[in-house]
Design a binder for this molecule. Sequence first.
Ligand SMILES: [Zn+2]
Length: 64
Amino acid sequence: MAVPKRKMSRSNTRARRSQWKTTATTLTTCPQCKSQTMPHTACPTCGAYKGRTFAEAVRTEFAN
Ligand SMILES: [Zn+2]
């Protein structure tokens, strides 16, 4: 495996890290309670997913 020959300068390190960015989470609207939820995930508010309600999802929300 290639190993760097020289220590990277603080300036270079910081210039590279200045390009790190976060992206906004994609959110969809729950068809049942109209709250914002992550796609492909049971709604954390009411536990609804694909027309069914998953009470387990609601319970684990408060357990963690
Ligand atoms: Zn919901």
